[in-house]
Design a protein around this ligand. Sequence first.
Ligand SMILES: CCCCCCCC/C=C\CCCCCCCC(=O)N[C@@H](CO)[C@H](O)/C=C/CCCCCCCCCCCCC
Ligand SMILES: O=c1ccn([C@@H]2O[C@H](COP(=O)(O)OP(=O)(O)O[C@H]3OC[C@@H](O)[C@H](O)[C@H]3O)[C@@H](O)[C@H]2O)c(=O)[nH]1
Length: 442
Amino acid sequence: MSHLPAPLYGFAWIFMIFWFGTWMVHLIAICYGKFKLHKKSCKLPTESSPLPGVSILKPLMGVDPNLQHNLETFFTMDYPLYELLFCVEDKEDPAIKLVEGLLEKYPRMDAKLFVGGSNVGVNPKINNIHPAYIAAKYEFFMISDSGIKMKNDTLLDMVQNMSEKHALVHQMPFTCDRDGFAATFEKVFFGTVQSRIYLSADVLGINCHTGMSCLLRKSVIDQLGGLKTFGCYLAEDFFIAKGITDLGWKMRISNQPALQNSGLCDIGSFQQRLIRWAKLRVAMVPTTILLEPLSECMILGALAAWSASLLFSWDPLVFFLVHILCWFLSDWLLLSIVQHGSMPFHKFEFVIGWLFRELTGPYLFLCALWNPSIRWRTRTFKLHWGGIAYELNPQMGQTAATPSSSLSSLLVTQMQPAPTLSEEILANDLTTTTSKHRLLVS
Ligand SMILES: CCCCCCCC/C=C\CCCCCCCC(=O)N[C@@H](CO)[C@H](O)/C=C/CCCCCCCCCCCCC
Ligand SMILES: O=c1ccn([C@@H]2O[C@H](COP(=O)(O)OP(=O)(O)O[C@H]3OC[C@@H](O)[C@H](O)[C@H]3O)[C@@H](O)[C@H]2O)c(=O)[nH]1
């Protein structure tokens, strides 16, 4: 033992401590998941504290086979007071017709459609929803991505999690039950590695906010300068949460995980999405360059097995195999807690999905490091360290509402400054309303 250089022992101890810490993360996630998720709140509204109104902002771009069904779940929720604000950038987007159909089907619903978006920054989602944010009439507003499906009581659950100390309640990303291996892979990803980090981060107060479904206090976001403050970032979710906690407010997850139910579900685009998210994390929190690969099951298992053989002369192969078996079982347990019901796939499919996730995870992370440019829907971006984004090759004179051409790749434009208040008021004044369809075009 003494003939090996001392730094090797140092590394071995570091890996062993990290390995132990990671198992603590597993334990925290399982215990907290069991305690928190799928619990019905007993906090009922009273006459003196009725349920608050909520403005729901829905950024839409394109139509997929599940969109109609997903959007319809927003019209049928058990919640007394809310408005639905649908947002579409492109005047030719087929989502407009779909929303108009729903507005006609549910004429009594307080719902509007905003077409044209705005140009308050580089983030196309923020640009899309900004007009609706300005028009939102309630103190609480929700940002809900197009692929989200609601249960009857999801909004109620989120509101009940919003105490007077909280300014952000977010849903932990998860998925609906859908057919096919891609759907299994998505469920395994969100129900294991993502839930583990998300749940432990919520317990430890670490910002891990993924903004696909979140409820916010408008006065707090206004205090931060409005939603446009976050238009310069692609990861607006991370910076919204940071801004809120920097002001001393708290954030937490709701009891129900978010049910992503996009009608387009394939391995390739899901992996591209994971790569895009990893690029955001690397730019925002550079320590993840080390932490993420180290916290992968196979890599950590190999390093810990080497460390255990060096420090305690344990058989590294046995250590590695036991580590993988325990990790696998712990992931199954966590997934079962998050799913809270029968799995839509056979255990054997879980084994394949889990192995596929564990073996491809480090590779996807490498892909993210290899090519830092970020493709999101129709546009390509790059990030500065820290997270400020700029769009690659936007067409000159074009608003952010129009997709950029990938041919003009030589042009690199910095983010647009946020418009002044007077520009914004002007933009609002230009908003036209056709009351029949409650369609607002800016
Ligand atoms: C001693 C054990 C340490 C464990 C270290 C764990 C290392 C982190 C590994 C993976 C990070 C995965 C983060 C998953 C959620 C992020 C999903 C996502 O990328 N969403 C983006 C798009 O919506 C969003 O903009 C990003 C939001 C959050 C980024 C947070 C990055 C910091 C991650 C560090 C978390 C450590 C938590 C450790 C808990 C003990
Ligand atoms: O150009 C765009 C891209 C996306 N969007 C909208 O933004 C929402 C999220 O888009 P996608 O489903 O493509 O992307 P993701 O699920 O990966 O988004 C996620 O990652 C990036 C974060 O900034 C988001 O908050 C988070 O929701 C959708 O509602 C989509 O319609 C736009 O309005 N315009």
